[in-house]
Design a protein around this ligand. Structure first.
Ligand code: GLN
Length: 473
């Protein structure tokens, strides 16, 4: 069993271990399994130097709230003076000029950042097969994908290379790899965590959140990174409640909804069985279970992939060879500079989405696709608001299957997109959602169960997640 931060901190405070020892062990874990390819950069010297500094703070009694927590950061978040590749050749040598707010808030509480993690290029993907720097292997079974796009963050935590990690979730990129790797992953409400210093994929969907071994550790990280930030005007002014206080394991009287439309087809037996086990456990503990309707459920995937590609195509226009990263050496004039830099710099999936997004935004098709997509998004949001009048949280599987094999969906983008069927809804609606481990399937692969809550009600989501989380063997 992996120790929680609370117990690690106690061991540091009692002098049983030190931040330096823990950091060295984690660097050792990274060296032991280079084939996992979870990291794009490992900050060896800096991490050890920082660990010594935090050890000093422990001795002085000035250690911060997360002192000694070893954190891995998805390579789409800025860390000053370090490269931020976004898993893309186009940004291979681009260095951040400042820290992302989520990262600097963690640093202020004395975490140790051990490295930047591998990911699907520009956070587009569900398997890590779209990283320009090679795929990440699932630590549980290396013939399987770790999920995506925060592939390295999920794998690093699962493989004991970091206590926690930051990822980003636009359509499931924290929850799906968390489910596939057997760890906890949380997407907060849109606006709960500042996106300043996050390279944007789809600005109205993106959120930063934690990976951890326990819901309690995810809560600890969220506590620090959440809250208003003047540098991101979409952050909420609402005060951040005490998340740990909600982890009471007491779910009596909580109203939990099961979205029946979601459970009709395409879910593998072991995942469904784990889901029903979770429902039964909640029922036995006194939660009130009921069915809820989400009438537009069958439009979730289509709406997501229309709107996210539109936003992505517009966000990615800034990578033009002039301002950031790669510029083709073969270009002879301005037009060629744009054309060749983008053609050579972006991978296939990114190009596919830029083309799709440009198409749905183009003059002749804007009304038919983008505008209609926005309208359907509103209907989907209304479905959730309606459902949350009757229940406090929704329960569903995180993914229809456990981790699939490399190559299984790589040549069929539609199959790959369909694997996001349970995760995109929280991004369309902007609601918080967590994936917690719920045992293993018959092949020993981890299964994830998802809890979704009302806007800004992370406390209930964490409470139910904490109640449900099971040890993955
Ligand atoms: N799999 C989704 C996609 O490819 C998730 C992306 C994300 O959350 N960053 O779009």
């Amino acid at each position: 069993m992996n120790p929680t931060y609370e117990s690690i901190r106690r061991s540091i405070e009692s002098g049983e271990t030190s931040c330096e020892t823990i950091t060295a062990e984690m660097l050792g874990a990274i060296d032991d399994r280079p084939g996992l390819n979870a990291f794009l950069a490992v900050f060896r010297e800096n991490a050890i130097a920082r660990a010594r500094e935090v050890d000093r703070k422990f001795r002085d009694g000035t250690a911060g709230r997360l002192a000694g927590m070893v954190v891995a950061v998805k390579d789409v978040l800025c860390l000053r003076g370090e490269r931020v590749t976004c898993g893309s050749k186009i940004l291979e040598s681009f260095e951040s000029l400042y820290d992302a707010t989520a990262v600097s808030r963690l640093l202020n509480e004395d975490v140790i950042v051990i490295g930047k993690t591998n990911m699907d290029e520009f956070a587009m993907g569900s398997s890590s097969e779209h990283s320009a720097f090679g795929p990440v292997l699932n630590p549980v079974d290396s013939t399987r994908v770790p999920g995506g796009s925060s592939s390295g963050s999920g794998a690093a935590v699962a493989a004991g290379m970091a206590h926690t990690a930051l990822g980003t979730d636009t359509g499931g990129s924290i929850r799906q790899p968390a489910a596939f790797c057997g760890v906890v992953g949380m997407k907060p409400t849109y606006g709960r965590v500042s996106r300043y210093g996050l390279v944007a994929l789809s600005s109205s969907f993106d959120q930063i959140g934690p990976f951890a071994h326990s819901t309690a550790d995810a809560a600890r990280v969220l506590q620090v990174i959440a809250g208003k930030d003047d540098a991101d005007s979409t952050t909420s002014q609402d005060p951040v409640p005490d998340y740990l206080a909600s982890l009471t394991k007491d779910v009596r009287g909580l109203r939990i909804g099961i979205p029946e439309e979601f459970l009709k087809e395409g879910i593998c037996d072991d995942v469904l069985a784990a889901f029903h086990r979770a429902v039964d456990r909640l029922k036995e503990a006194g939660a009130k279970i009921s069915n809820v309707r989400l009438p537009h459920a069958r439009y979730h995937i289509a709406t997501y992939y229309i709107l996210m590609t539109a936003e992505a195509s517009s966000n990615l226009a800034r990578f033009d060879g002039a301002r950031y990263g790669y510029r083709s050496p073969r270009a002879k004039d301005l037009q060629e500079m744009y054309l060749l830099s983008r053609s050579e710099g972006f991978g296939q999936e990114v190009k596919r989405r830029i083309m799709l997004g440009t198409y749905v935004l183009s003059a002749g098709y804007y009304d038919a696709y983008y505008l209609k997509g926005q309208r359907v998004r509103r209907l989907i949001q209304s479905d959730f608001l309606e459902a949350f009048r009757a229940v406090d949280a929704l329960l569903m599987p995180t993914t229809p299957t456990t981790a699939f094999r490399f190559g299984e969906k790589a040549s069929d983008p539609l199959q790959m997109y369909l694997s996001d069927v349970f995760t995109v809804s929280a991004n369309l609606a902007g609601t918080p959602a967590i994936s917690v481990p719920a045992g293993n399937d018959s092949e020993g692969l981890p299964i994830g169960i998802q809890v979704m809550g009302k806007h800004f009600d992370e406390a209930t989501v964490l409470k139910v997640g904490d109640f449900l989380e099971e040890e993955v063997t």
